[in-house]
Ligand binder design. Structure first.
Ligand SMILES: Cc1cc2nc3c(=O)[nH]c(=O)nc-3n(C[C@H](O)[C@H](O)[C@H](O)COP(=O)(O)OP(=O)(O)OC[C@H]3O[C@@H](n4cnc5c(N)ncnc54)[C@H](O)[C@@H]3O)c2cc1C
Length: 318
């Protein structure tokens, strides 16, 4: 047997991957979690998580993920920091070619690749990325102390991050293409009560404008196409997410129009031995708590699959 064979490979080290890793390692399944950047996933860029059960006073995204990683490590989850260049998932043996030339094989896999912020794809967005256009309030908020900035979006993430930005900015204009927010009521109440936050309704951002020093204004299009220029030095975009599916073999994995993977309620894809969990799945709500739940279900299902199809390899060592 190859020295790099595992019973289970988990792709991605966000809440879904780490919870799957915890369950799998605790069930004594020889498991390797492969993460290409930093174990933690999107939560790392979340300043304060207020809705994860058990943390009544809230918890920083960093601390929550550090605890999840330590918890999985306590049961012996093995981790590898590496990018996967190619996935071969169709046969009974799953094969992963890493960017460093290494090959890893496994009897089953849980795809926890997650997602990333969607772009507006408007003029100036790419040009000013990192110079006034941001997708992460935790990372870039402190650069906008006492400045006037904008947040684009009306969901939970947009409102939560707008509230966080009040710590730094003098004024935050939330630009939303609809006439009401999609964010939960409690976030809405906090945002409406916050005097630094103003709202511009039924309006879309048409372009990001600026000069050598960075963003100077946004070109907005309101009801009936009426245009207006909003002077700001920064704009944070929170208009949804897109799946991290670029390297996945989408020709053999069923997915929705946006490229999120279809699974059944056991987190199984239509390919035997291939499971998916967390934000990479096609589903309505994407939160840490249900990513973790998906991860737990996927690991239990993978364990069941391994018992059925590889009954004599319960103590396979890498
Ligand atoms: C700004 C922001 C604020 C948020 N705030 C909250 C909140 O307050 N409460 C809440 O419940 N949810 C919040 N969310 C949503 C929450 O972060 C996600 O639902 C959750 O992180 C999804 O977990 P996941 O494990 O599925 O994916 P992710 O967290 O996206 O993790 C996926 C991981 O997989 C890795 N990966 C991807 N492709 C590969 C590959 N080919 N090889 C190896 N590794 C790979 C990525 O690098 C990443 O680390 C927020 C999201 C954002 C963006």
């Amino acid at each position: 047997m190859s020295a790099s064979h595992y019973q289970l490979v988990i792709v991605g080290g966000g809440p879904a991957g780490l919870t799957a890793g915890l369950y799998a390692a605790r069930a004594r399944i020889n498991t390797l979690l492969i993460e290409k950047t930093a174990v933690s996933g999107q939560v790392l860029v979340t300043e304060r998580v207020d809705n994860y059960p058990g943390f009544a006073d809230g918890v920083s995204g960093y601390e929550l993920m550090e605890k999840m990683a330590l918890h999985a490590e306590r049961f012996g989850l093995q981790k590898k920091l590496a990018g996967i260049a190619e996935f071969a998932l169709e046969g009974p043996e799953k094969r992963f070619s890493l960017e460093n030339g290494e090959t890893i094989t496994a009897d089953a896999v849980i795809l926890c690749n997650g997602a990333r912020p969607r772009k507006l794809n408007i003029p100036g967005e790419r040009e000013f990325a990192g110079r006034g256009v941001s997708y992460c309030a935790t990372c870039d908020g402190p650069f906008y102390r006492n400045q006037e900035i904008a947040v684009v979006g009306g969901g939970n993430t947009a409102i939560q991050e707008a509230l966080h930005l009040t710590k730094f900015a003098q004024k935050i204009t939330v630009i939303h293409r609809r006439s009401e927010l999609r964010a939960t009521k409690i976030l809405q109440e906090r945002a409406f009560a916050e005097e630094k936050i103003e709202f511009v309704w039924n309006t879309q951002v048409k372009a990001v404008q600026g000069g050598k020093s960075g963003v100077e204004s946004l070109l907005l299009s309101g009801e009936g196409g009426a245009e207006q220029v909003l002077p700001v030095t920064g704009v944070f975009m929170f208009i949804g997410i897109q799946p991290n599916n670029e390297l996945l073999p989408l020709e053999v994995l069923e997915h929705d129009q946006a490229g999120f993977l279809h699974t059944d309620e056991a987190m199984a894809t239509a390919l035997p031995g291939v499971f998916a969990a967390g934000d990479i799945r096609s589903k309505k709500f994407r939160q840490i708590v249900n990513a973790a739940s998906d991860g737990a279900v996927a690991a239990l299902s993978a364990g069941h699959y391994l018992e059925q199809h590889f009954p004599n390899t319960s103590d396979k060592s890498s």
